[in-house]
Design a binder for this molecule. Structure first.
Ligand code: RFL
Length: 324
């Protein structure tokens, strides 16, 4: 098999890159180790920054996002018991964020890929990257017990933090920087209306809290908790009680509680590798860096990487430039 760009990983980075390359007439195959349903079932980020909104439009998959997403021009910060609104739209010269779940964004990209008949191999096992220090990189993988090889011009490592691409970069060529925070975030997703029409970031003596949302009827809340806490020991009731204690009286009165549909503790960590390019292999998204889930920065950084990488690949193929 031969393609121009072999993309490893069908998360937001890989799918978005695939769609942008397709728009530019560049061939790509995506290899994903999970099933499509598994990828779609992962509940993660939910706030798209302007860069991500614009890229979805550029990729031609923004229609549902504009119909169903909620545009926010600002957010609030609760500090010393008082809420302050930050008018992001005004302060950034007209930029907004969009409340639109990562699962929805992923679904739109998957649907567009399927509609265009573009190749995605799900449940690809033992994916390995080879010869990316040459002009003829290769990717090998197995599917249903059979071995396959793809010859390509470039490899895009969009395979997340635990992927194979970064792990295959020569140790002597890669620098890693990491900060592990001494607390975690207990997150709850619930089918309840959000406490406020915009996000509220809370600085309270009991610890940080974040009131986020996925839609008018689905809320996402976070509480800062000690790393030693176990999610099994946090009942829904205990979560709502603690959240109330961190809010101001007006928000407390507005808070609608209900059963959680997802509850987990995320250990908070910042991690970045340098460089993001190893010969003809590039890392994009969580493969190259992760940040705590504050306002979907991970997803939006992934989109930014994809923007630069797709521009560079278009330059290479369309403008025949090999500029560094
Ligand atoms: P992804 O989404 O991790 O996708 C990588 C894909 O690569 C596949 N893969 C492989 N495929 C083939 N062969 C291999 N060897 C492979 N190894 C991995 C994986 O199955 C996967 O499908 O990375 P991408 O595309 O760069 O996108 C980044 C975003 O997903 C990420 O930054 C955010 O979702 C971060 N994040 C959150 N951000 C928020 O702002 N708010 C959140 O609430 C939030 N929750 C989360 C999160 C990230 C999480 N992870 C990655 C641990 C919750 C979790 C659990």
């Amino acid at each position: 098999m031969r393609t121009q760009v072999a993309i490893i990983g069908a998360g937001p980075s890989g799918l978005l890159l695939g769609q942008l390359l397709h728009k530019a007439g560049i061939d790509a195959i995506i290899l994903e180790r999970q099933t499509g349903d598994y990828v779609l079932g992962r509940i993660r980020a939910g706030i798209l920054e302007q860069v991500c909104i614009d890229l979805m439009d550029e990729a031609g998959v923004g229609e549902r996002m504009h119909k169903e997403g909620l545009v926010h021009g600002g957010f609030e910060m609760l500090y010393n018991g008082k809420r302050h609104r930050v008018d992001m739209n005004k302060l950034t010269g007209g930029k907004n964020v969009m409340v639109y779940g990562q699962t929805d964004l992923t679904k739109d990209l998957m649907d567009a890929r399927a509609a265009a008949g573009l190749p995605t191999v799900y449940e690809a096992t033992n994916v390995a990257v080879h010869d990316f220090d040459s002009k003829k990189p290769r990717v090998t993988y197995e599917k249903d017990g059979q071995k396959f090889e793809i010859e390509c011009d470039f490899i895009a490592g969009c395979d997340g933090f635990h992927g194979v691409c970064r792990a295959s970069a020569p140790k002597s060529a890669i620098k890693e920087f990491e900060k592990v925070y001494p607390f975690g975030w207990l997150g709850v997703l619930a089918d309840t209306p959000p406490v406020h029409h915009e996000l509220i970031y809370v600085n309270s003596p009991r610890g940080f809290a974040l009131c986020s949302q996925r839609s008018h009827t689905r809320s996402r809340y976070y509480l800062q908790v000690p790393l030693t806490d176990k999610v099994e020991n946090w009942s829904d009731e205990a979560f709502w009680d603690e959240l109330r204690l961190r809010l101001d009286p007006a928000a407390r009165a507005q808070l609608v509680t209900g059963p959680s549909i997802e509850k987990s503790i995320a250990p908070l960590r910042s991690f970045i590798t340098e460089p993001l390019r190893f010969g003809r292999m590039f890392l994009a998204g969580d493969a190259g860096h992760i940040v705590p889930p504050t306002g979907a920065k991970g997803l939006n950084l992934a989109a930014t990487d994809v923007k630069y990488l797709s521009n560079a690949l278009v330059e290479f193929y369309v403008e025949k430039s090999e500029a560094e």
